[in-house]
Design a binder for this molecule. Structure first.
Ligand code: SF4
Ligand code: SF4
Ligand code: SF4
Length: 191
């Protein structure tokens, strides 16, 4: 990753919501660095982030392409059937629950990305508006400005989430290979 991409990525809110049309904040940062994306596509970032990007890249500012109200996810626990679809969709592991059990949102960790809403088969996840200056939890000790600290925290959680998903996928692959090898060995020794 070039330094430019890292510098641009640091300016983005790190919700990974894909409202910009890219698969997450880093791909949008990469497209900006390559000169392939407009500076005004980050809906959660709004005008503030657009101005940051335009300033860093020395490009003219543009009106934000999309305006998004800040909101946090809330689960109607009486309606939840415990299918775990929302847990799998949340990029920052902000939902707690287990199979066939009620699920709940950890509000401090929710970035408001909305990615859990569509996968819910019973439409029991609702986005509840919060103040425009609301920020998710931040634990970064290296970023002095609150919005960058919150973004750094969300990015860290997204990276942990991605690493865990990758480990799970590798473990599933290894298990499958083991089963296939056992089946093959059984076939070879069959009379
Ligand atoms: S936070 Fe902004 S840059 Fe990141 S995925 Fe969402 S819209 Fe794209
Ligand atoms: S709980 Fe939903 S809205 Fe909040 S971060 Fe997770 S997926 Fe996004
Ligand atoms: S997707 Fe909906 S029904 Fe499934 S666990 Fe999440 S909140 Fe419950």
């Amino acid at each position: 990753m070039s330094t430019d991409v890292q510098s641009i990525n640091r300016l983005l809110p790190q919700t990974q919501c894909r409202e910009c049309g890219y698969e997450g904040c880093l791909p949008y940062a990469q497209a900006l660095s390559d000169g392939l994306a407009a500076v005004n596509l980050c809906a959660p970032g709004g005008e503030t982030v657009m101005l940051d990007i335009a300033g860093l890249l020395r490009r003219p500012p543009l009106a934000p392409a999309k305006v998004q109200e800040k909101a946090l996810a809330w689960i109607d626990e009486d309606a939840c059937i415990g299918c775990t679809a929302c847990i799998r969709a949340c990029p920052v592991d902000a939902i707690m629950g287990a199979s066939k059990l009620m699920h709940t949102v950890i509000r401090d960790e929710c970035t408001g990305c909305r990615l859990c809403v569509a996968p819910c088969p019973v439409d029991c996840i609702h986005m509840q508006p919060v103040a425009a200056d609301h920020l998710p939890l931040s634990r970064s000790s290296t970023e002095p400005e609150p919005r960058f600290a919150a973004a750094a925290h969300a990015r860290q959680r997204y990276e942990w989430h991605s690493q865990r998903k990758e480990r799970d996928a590798q473990a599933r692959k290894a298990k499958l290979a083991e089963r296939e090898a056992a089946a093959h060995a059984q076939f070879q020794t069959a009379p």
